[in-house]
Write a protein that binds this ligand. Structure first.
Ligand code: HEM
Length: 348
């Protein structure tokens, strides 16, 4: 009886003192103009709409989660998280989507963003930016694949222009790059080695085409690669030009967990940019710590994702809320709407 009482007391106390989610997690500073309650009054159902829709979609295709997570990364690294990666090319030139690193983004991910956009518009009107939809979809992709649950600040606005092919290429690290080259790209956007190791953990889900790691298996085995893993990859990619795909984390391809780091420790990382994290004497210890402690990885991943998700954001009156995530709002329509508003005020 006494022990039942003590158990009851302890459980009650732990419930009463468990801190709310945002306080429990260590987060980077929040950029001015973004907030955790941004759509509280204008679109209170936003997060439940996104979660419900993605849960249904992932039951049909769990690969979509990886696709959505990568879209957010490719959006943020190229001129900030402004939804520019979603824009289709126009007469003025090819868009970011047409640049080589983005050609392997999944079309299903772009489709899902557009479908979400329609659902959100129907519920709330055009108040939520496409950049925020991308950020929320990435966040839920992590959680619904077994990763951490966390909150992200919202209030991003959509950019009105996409980056050039060269700017896109210069902003996104290639899988063949070594760590010092990648760190110098990251330093331009204020990300460091700790962020790189944690964010690379995104490779715990999803797939890669043979072309992205052919430098490690052709013409011969990269000596830092485990021999059995090499044999397995050469079976999947019999020639350097093979168009086949393989999971990024073969231990648990669809689960968001810390197995990616276990792969690296066993020399079973897919890209040079992955395995080099373990070969680098300065950051090897971070990889090892994540390989043995998933909670630690989740904590650092959340921190760096919230940091990445705020890169170069447009807030307040900057940018726009796109009507269609694949195209910027038509200038003529915007001017016409403004004139209409002025007209409302006019006395005839
Ligand atoms: C260090 C920089 C990074 C490099 C060089 C890199 C490179 C790549 C490459 C080459 C692919 C495979 C593309 C293909 O052949 O289909 C890929 C896939 C992927 N990347 Fe990264 N990546 C990096 C960082 C990140 C970050 C920061 C995230 C997210 C936090 C991320 C998430 C993903 C995901 C989820 C996939 C699988 C996509 C799918 O299955 O459709 N990557 N990455």
């Amino acid at each position: 009886m006494a022990s039942t009482f003590v158990f009851f007391l302890l459980s009650t106390l732990s419930l009463a003192f468990s801190p709310p989610e945002a306080e429990a997690q260590s987060l980077p500073p929040i950029v001015n103009g973004l907030s955790f309650t941004f759509y509280k009054s204008t679109c209170p159902k936003l997060e439940s709409i996104v979660r419900k829709f993605l849960k249904e979609q992932f039951e049909k295709d769990i690969g979509l989660a990886a696709g959505l997570l990568r879209v957010h990364f490719h959006d943020c690294f190229v001129q900030g998280c402004d939804g520019s990666v979603l824009l289709d090319g126009s007469a003025s030139g090819p868009s970011e989507k047409d640049a080589p690193p983005n050609l392997t983004l999944r079309p299903e991910a772009f489709k899902a963003i557009n479908e979400l956009r329609v659902l959100i518009d129907n519920a709330c009107g055009r108040v939520v930016s496409c950049a925020d939809v991308v950020a929320l979809a990435a966040r839920d992709s992590v959680f619904l694949s077994g990763g951490p649950q966390y909150r992200i600040p919202l209030g991003r606005r959509d950019g009105r222009r996409f980056a050039t092919r060269n700017a896109t290429l210069a902003s996104l690290p290639a899988p063949t790059f070594n760590i010092s080259t990648i760190l110098s790209i990251l330093s331009r956007i204020n990300l460091d080695a700790a962020d790189l190791v944690a964010l690379s953990g995104g490779h715990t889900i999803g797939r890669s085409h043979c072309s992205s790691f052919s430098n490690r298996i052709f013409p011969s085995r990269d000596p830092t690669m485990n021999r059995a893993f090499f044999d397995h990859l050469r079976f999947t990619c019999p020639t350097a030009s093979s168009t086949n795909t393989t999971p990024l984390d073969f231990r648990s391809p669809n689960a968001f967990d810390n197995k990616y780091y276990v792969d690296l420790v066993n020399r079973e990382g897919l890209f040079t940019s992955d395995e080099d994290l373990f070969m680098n004497s300065k950051i090897k210890s971070i990889v090892q710590s994540f390989a043995v402690n998933q909670t630690l990885f989740f904590e650092k991943f959340v921190f760096s994702m919230v940091k990445m998700g705020q890169l170069g954001v447009l807030t307040g009156g900057k940018g726009e809320i796109r009507a269609n995530c694949s195209a910027r709002n038509d200038d003529k329509i915007a001017i016409w709407r403004a004139m209409e508003k002025e007209g409302d005020k006019a006395v005839y």
